[in-house]
Ligand binder design. Structure first.
Ligand code: F6P
Length: 370
């Protein structure tokens, strides 16, 4: 067995699941157990399992045959150990329970596979003296310091395939097809799948849209004989009016004055479809892809990057280097201090090359006529 500064690790998967999680678990497990002889303990259901000691020793058998399996063999949750309950501050118990589990299992490090929330929690645990290593996981691709997260390209493939299918039915019925994709507060998934799927309109949270501009673009297309259009809407996309209202609410909240008022109970796709129907009078239908984007088997790219992230994490463990997140930067797999990631979100820059590219082929982002 190769020399290792780390003897025992815990692995947990937290936050929204995605294809690639099991590929990452396999990469970590096979390298840690098979190459370095580390003890590998599986922690069930994210931080919930760490709080409640839902753990078991994993064997080589557990890592067999899971490379192509969707979901996570460990289970996941959105448990936030440091979140304060409105009525009382019991968060103190949960972190203490985590430290107790960590010590009882004689862990040297916890490997946390997750998105923003997970890495923020992992960083807080490191501030309590626990050793952590983060792997960037999410279909949203909204983690800073890394060019890509595993799960993202599988979701892009699912959304793009859906857009391809919507093209044929939109064409048959001369309709406007609105497809709502996930992505939380960032527009990466909508941008990538919108360009790959040939969306005529792509709406992302980073560019507030004007419904009039969208309507005008669709009418212009129809006048040129394009009787159907595809409108790709990120779940976090907002109109200029909604963006202004949210900004006002944010300022009021900062002054402790605001009562949260929902701009609209409808999801972004239905809001946009209603605006198109009203302003352009065109026959419009909505498809919300939802959790389809989190299901199924990982595309080859995600299998590769997840495995690579996993083995990079084990290299750090063997060297005794902790409290870092593995990243993919400038075509290299490397790592950064986890505190550089905690509490931050990577949003699409308005001058991103893919936005420029899309505008050049006539795609409308709702802010101005192409
Ligand atoms: O973070 C991944 C994600 O799928 C987001 O795109 C989406 O907004 C969110 O999770 C849904 O959260 P939940 O799985 O808790 O419903």
């Amino acid at each position: 067995m190769a020399k290792s500064a780390t003897k025992a690790i815990g692995i947990l998967t937290a936050g929204g699941d995605c294809p690639g999680l099991n590929a990452a678990i396999r990469g970590i497990g096979k390298a840690a157990l098979g190459t370095y002889g580390m003890q590998v303990i599986g922690i069930a259901n994210g931080f919930y399992g760490l709080i409640n000691n839902q753990t078991r020793i994993l064997s080589d058998q557990d890592f067999s045959g899971i490379l192509t399996q969707g979901g996570t063999i460990l289970g996941s949750s959105r448990e936030k150990p440091f979140a304060k309950k409105e009525s009382e501050d019991i968060s103190g118990d949960k972190p203490a329970m985590i430290v107790e589990t960590y010590k009882r299992l004689h862990l040297d490090c916890i490997v946390c596979l997750g998105g923003n929330g997970t890495q923020t929690t992992a960083h807080k645990l490191s501030e309590m003296g626990l050793n952590v290593i983060g792997l960037p996981k999410t279909i949203d691709n909204d983690l800073v310091e890394t060019d890509v997260t595993f799960g993202f390209h599988s979701a892009v493939a699912i959304a793009t395939e859906a857009i391809d299918r919507l093209h044929t039915t939109a064409h048959s019925h001369n309709r406007i097809m609105v497809v709502e994709v996930m992505g939380h507060k960032a527009g990466w998934l909508a941008l990538y799948s919108g360009v790959a799927g040939g969306g005529d309109v792509i709406l992302i949270p980073e560019i507030a849209y004007d419904p009039e501009v969208i309507a005008q673009h669709l009418v212009d297309r129809a006048r040129k004989g394009k009787q159907f259009s595809i409108v790709v809407v990120a779940e976090g996309a907002t109109s200029v009016t909604e963006a202004a209202l949210k900004e006002k609410q944010k300022k009021k909240k900062e002054k402790g004055k605001s009562k949260k008022t929902e701009v609209s109970g409808l999801s972004s796709g239905y809001r946009v479809a209603g605006e198109i129907q009203e302003l352009a009078g065109m026959d419009t239908r909505v498809t919300v892809l939802g959790y389809l984007q989190r299901g199924g088997i990982p595309v080859p790219y995600d299998r590769l990057i997840a495995t690579r992230f996993g083995t990079e994490a084990v290299r750090l463990l063997a060297d005794g280097k902790y409290n870092r997140m593995v990243v993919y930067k400038n075509s290299e797999v490397t790592n950064v201090p986890i505190e550089k990631v905690a509490g931050r979100t990577k949003r699409v820059p308005e001058d991103h090359t893919l936005i420029e590219c899309a505008r050049l082929v006539g795609t409308c982002f709702g802010d101005k006529m192409p």
